[in-house]
Design a protein around this ligand. Structure first.
Ligand code: MF3
Ligand code: CO
Ligand code: CO
Length: 249
């Protein structure tokens, strides 16, 4: 079921969304080679809780941490670990969701660590651009799959693979609400967006094949099938009558 948010509910959502943005800024200032992904998670936990918010991922379907920290060929849902050290040249996606006022905000950034190769930099840049391509012309009345069409067209024009098995989503009182928001699709199709919908648009773009696999050892980690790197960029977006408002930026 799709929950259209009232103006009052949107006001309540602004705070968790702001906290998510600030947390990611804080991570961006502090993340560096030599840290473990668990240390990144500690930063996230401390920042979110210091704001009086709750990390929604912690305990979500058994997920054991406050952040998903996904390095290089890990697409999403990387579990922070004391054994995983971030090294120079890595790209690290940090995806966090915070709850406050009974509502959630959800966003992800892919950080460049030190000396990153030109081809990885390009992947991260194009992944961010995919998000903004999706917003072009988006407003109440737009067909849902125009989002995926925009992301897919732009990513594939760079020779990249678009992850199919994971999608964006509605968000509000729950971290994941309807509708699913795929990063692929046919222009002009799908339900029509409505003012007051809040959705997460989150391109997951692979340098090589779009195919991914889930590590059955931990039940979470999603990796690229060919071992090539993947990038992720996400924001919580409010649909309005005449456009969109990005709540986590
Ligand atoms: N934040 C993720 C998303 O964008 C979901 C995290 S799943 C969890 O949808 F289990 F790690 F919480
Ligand atoms: Co997320
Ligand atoms: Co999300």
């Amino acid at each position: 079921m799709i929950h259209i948010k009232s103006p009052q509910e949107i006001e309540l959502m602004r705070e968790p969304c702001r906290i998510v943005r600030e947390t990611l800024e804080f991570v961006g200032k502090n993340i560096k080679a030599g840290m473990t992904t668990k240390e990144v998670d500690d930063l996230v936990y401390r920042y979110i809780t210091s704001c009086g918010a709750t990390p929604s991922s912690l305990g979500y379907e058994g997920f054991p941490a406050s952040a998903c920290v996904s390095v290089n060929d890990v697409v999403v849902h990387g579990i922070p670990s004391d054994d995983k050290v971030i090294v120079d040249g890595d790209i690290v996606s940090v995806d966090i969701t915070a709850e406050k006022n009974g509502f959630n905000g959800d966003a992800a950034r892919t950080f460049l660590i030190g000396n990153v190769s030109e081809e990885k930099r390009q992947l991260v840049k194009v992944t961010e651009e995919c998000f903004f391509k999706a917003l072009e012309g988006l407003r109440a009345g737009s067909p849902l799959f125009d989002i995926g069409y925009a992301v897919q067209t732009y990513a594939e024009s760079h020779g990249y693979g678009v992850v199919r098995s994971l999608t964006g989503h509605g968000i509000g009182r729950d971290m994941h609400e309807d509708p699913g928001v795929p990063n692929y699709g046919r222009k002009g199709t799908g339900l029509r967006l409505r003012a007051g919908m809040t959705i997460c648009i989150e391109p997951m773009i692979n340098m090589g094949t779009w195919k991914v696999w889930q590590d059955e050892r931990d039940g979470w980690t999603i990796r690229t099938m060919d071992g090539k790197p993947s990038a992720h960029y996400e924001n919580t977006v409010l649909i309005t009558e005449d456009g969109v408002e990005i709540l986590t930026l």
